[in-house]
Structure formats: structure tokens, C-alpha cells
Design a protein around this ligand. Structure first.
Ligand code: PLP
Length: 396
């Protein structure tokens, strides 16, 4: 028996474990310190009432023989796919329900989709970026090319036609930078993908944070994208489903390479290796798309966005270069005084008792940058800003 030796090529990720260790050590040595975590990528607001009601009612259904459900369709129940289809329709995107695949979240689909692509494809991945894209391709032994995201391009790299890639990853709004592609920029990527007969894997996990119409919430708002893109969506940050688990992936039927339909391949993959998301969770997910559900999740998103605005205002007042935070829960800042990411991490922790995420953990171009997130409480967010503005920790 031989193992998949590609796994040995993965770099150990010390980012979050090192953050946790440093914070624990600091807290042990300074038990009185009130440490504020502005580094978390997880939501803090609970599920909205419409979702909870649907989860409870679906759970009760499972307790009666008449309404009990066993295995459901691998691709998701029609009631949820219909709700997702209508959601796209409200954004003028027309989909068939069999182009929508419900799953337990975007991370699984982003990893699993690689099953339908040959290992000899070349992938193009922005740097810095959500680390899952890189690691899942290393596991398969695929050749990876990186595109530089940096201040010169506002952390929104555009295509270089001299570089030929087969699979392109785009994440907008971006994790970790909060940068968002506009319509024309995404159209350039669609042109590039068609030119090279490539496929775009578009990660729209943070689409719910977009309000300004200048920025597409879906790659399918771009003409021609249905011929060259797959879209991954998550209800994690949209509706607090990080622990409940549900997402969906759109694979258009017009995606055809070498006369083979990617929709058919993905359907085959999912029906073979996946047995669907629980009925209860799908009922909870469908409630998000009701009028009441949409209103309730918007309240939570607005709450996070206000936190982001507060953080961004502080950084502007301090004259610190930053992006994001407008249509995204992430703020990406340059470390002051040319500090590297970890030096600034220590500086913030020791001087202001604030925890963020070192940008270098997202790729080499993240070195010298830092990610703050808006997922904390309003009270903590405001308190952290006071500390940064006053240059000290207020003693209670
Ligand atoms: N894509 C991006 C860019 C993310 O930041 C995350 C989670 O942080 C995910 C996907 C994973 O989403 P899910 O919780 O649906 O697996």
C-alpha cells in the first residue's frame, strides 16, 4: 500500500494554532487583561428566528411516521433548490434547479469539485487567499501558478494572457483582503477563461455583504460566465450557518469541455460520493430565502457591516492604509511602521490587548499586512477602536 505522497508536500499551517498559543500565553501572564478578538473568521450572531422556527418544525416532522424522511435527493430537496433559484432570479439570473447542488458548505464543494478535473490541469490561484484552494490542489499533485495580489492592483489581480491556466480561482468579496471585483474586472476574467478554454471557480461565500450594485454578487451577472464558471455559495456568513452547515454550488448546463458536460460529471460525483444534507438543515436553509428570513439575516449582516465601518474609520483616522470592510466583513490593513505581520500581531496584543490575523498566513504577499474582522460584538469593536485611537488600554 502506498499513501498519497502529495499530502507530504502540504505545508503545516501554524497560523491559527500560533495565534491561539500566543493569546493563551499572554492571558496566563496577564490574567487581568481583557483581550478583544478581532481575528475571528467565525460569526457570533445566532441563527435568526425564521431559521430556528423552521429547524424546530422540521425536527418535529421527523418524529412522526407520516412526515419522517430518510435519504433525500443527493443534490438537495426541490423546496430549497426552488428557493435558491428564485433568489438568483431576483438578481436577474435565470437558472434551472438542476444546475443547483445543495451541500454541507462551500469548503466541501471547493475541495470535492477537483474530482472532476484532470490532475494534469494547471491552476491559477491569487496570493494571498483562502488557503483551501492551494492545499486541495497540492493534495492532488496539480501544478499551481500564483497571481500576485498587492497594493498596486488593490489586491484584485487581473488576467495576464501570457500565462495559460486551466482552472482559475476567484474569491469576491475576498477572504482575507475584503477586496471586491467590479463588473468590468470580472468580465475580463470571463474573457480570459474563454480565451484559454479554462474554467473559473468563483467563490461567492461573502456575496451577502455586497450592497453597491457596482459589484456583482454572482459571476453569472457577467455575460458569457455560464459557459466558463462554477459558483460556490455558502450560508455560513450569510446566515450564521458555520455550525449548522449548508451551502450550494451552481454548475451551469452550458459548461461543456471537450463535449463533456461538467454539470453531468458533478451530478455523477455527488450521487456517488455524497448522500445529501439533512432534511432539517435544508428546511432551516430554505427559511433564509423567505421574505422574513431575508429581512432578519440582513439585520445581522448590517450589524457586522457597521462593525467593519467602525474599524475602517479608525484606521483612516490613524492614517493606516487599508482596504475591505465596505462590502465585506474583512478589513485588510498594512502593518504600521513597516512591521512584519507577526511583529504587528505581538504589538497589538501587548499594547492594546487586541487579536487580529497576520496576513502572512494567507500567502507570501500577505506579509506586512494584517486582517481584522467585523464578526465581533459592537461593544468589543468600539472598545478596540478606542484603544487603537488613544494609543493605550483604558484601565477600568
Ligand atoms: N470560502 C471562503 C472564501 C471562506 O472564507 C470560507 C470560510 O471561511 C468558506 C469558503 C467555507 O465556507 P463553508 O462554511 O460554507 O464551508
Amino acid at each position: 500500500m502506498n499513501i498519497n505522497s502529495n499530502y507530504l508536500k502540504l505545508e503545516e499551517s501554524y497560523l491559527f494554532s500560533t495565534v491561539a498559543r500566543k493569546v493563551n500565553e499572554y492571558q496566563e501572564n496577564h490574567p487581568e487583561a481583557k483581550v478583544i478578538r478581532l481575528g475571528i473568521g467565525d460569526v457570533t450572531k445566532p441563527l435568526c428566528p425564521a431559521v430556528v422556527e423552521a429547524l424546530v418544525s422540521a425536527s418535529k416532522e421527523m418524529g412522526f411516521a407520516e412526515t419522517f424522511r430518510g435519504y433525500g435527493p443527493e443534490q438537495g430537496y426541490d423546496f430549497l433548490k426552488e428557493a435558491i433559484r428564485n433568489h438568483y432570479q431576483s438578481n436577474n439570473i435565470v437558472l434551472d434547479t438542476d444546475e443547483i447542488f445543495v451541500s454541507d458548505g462551500a469548503k466541501s464543494d471547493l475541495g470535492n469539485i477537483l474530482d472532476i478535473f484532470s490532475e494534469d490541469n494547471t491552476v491559477l490561484i491569487p496570493n494571498p487567499v483562502y488557503p483551501v484552494y492551494v492545499d486541495t490542489n497540492i493534495m492532488d499533485g496539480r501544478k499551481i501558478l500564483y497571481m500576485d495580489a498587492n497594493e498596486k492592483c488593490d489586491f484584485l489581480p487581473l488576467p495576464d494572457y501570457d500565462i495559460k491556466a486551466d482552472v482559475i480561482y476567484l474569491c469576491s468579496p475576498n477572504n482575507p483582503t475584503g477586496a471586491v471585483y467590479d463588473r468590468e474586472q470580472l468580465a475580463e476574467w470571463v474573457r480570459y477563461a474563454k480565451h484559454h478554454n479554462a474554467v473559473i471557480l468563483f467563490d461567492a461565500a461573502y456575496e451577502a455583504f455586497i450592497e453597491n450594485e457596482k459589484y456583482p454578487k454572482s459571476i453569472f451577472e457577467i455575460e458569457g460566465a455560464k459557459d466558463c464558471a462554477i459558483e460556490f455559495c455558502s450560508l455560513s456568513k450569510t446566515a450564521g450557518f458555520t455550525g449548522t452547515r449548508c451551502g450550494y454550488t451552481v454548475v451551469p448546463k452550458t459548461l461543456v469541455y471537450n463535449e463533456i458536460s461538467l454539470n453531468k460529471l458533478w451530478l455523477r460525483r455527488q450521487t456517488t460520493k455524497f448522500n445529501g444534507v439533512s432534511y432539517i438543515v435544508q428546511k432551516g436553509a430554505a427559511a433564509i430565502f423567505s421574505e422574513e428570513g431575508q429581512r432578519q439575516i440582513k439585520e445581522n449582516i448590517d450589524y457586522y457591516k457597521e462593525n467593519a465601518r467602525i474599524i475602517s474609520k479608525t484606521l483612516t483616522e490613524l492614517g493606516i492604509w487599508h482596504i475591505g470592510g465596505m462590502e465585506s466583513p474583512y478589513i485588510w490593513m498594512k502593518c504600521p511602521s513597516n512591521m512584519d505581520s507577526w511583529t504587528y500581531f505581538d504589538y497589538l496584543l501587548e499594547n492594546y490587548n487586541i487579536v487580529g490575523t497576520p496576513g502572512c498566513g494567507f500567502g507570501k504577499n500577505g506579509e506586512g499586512y494584517f486582517r481584522l474582522t467585523a464578526f465581533g460584538s459592537r461593544e468589543n469593536t468600539i472598545e478596540a477602536q478606542k484603544r487603537m485611537l488613544n494609543g493605550k488600554i483604558e484601565k477600568a
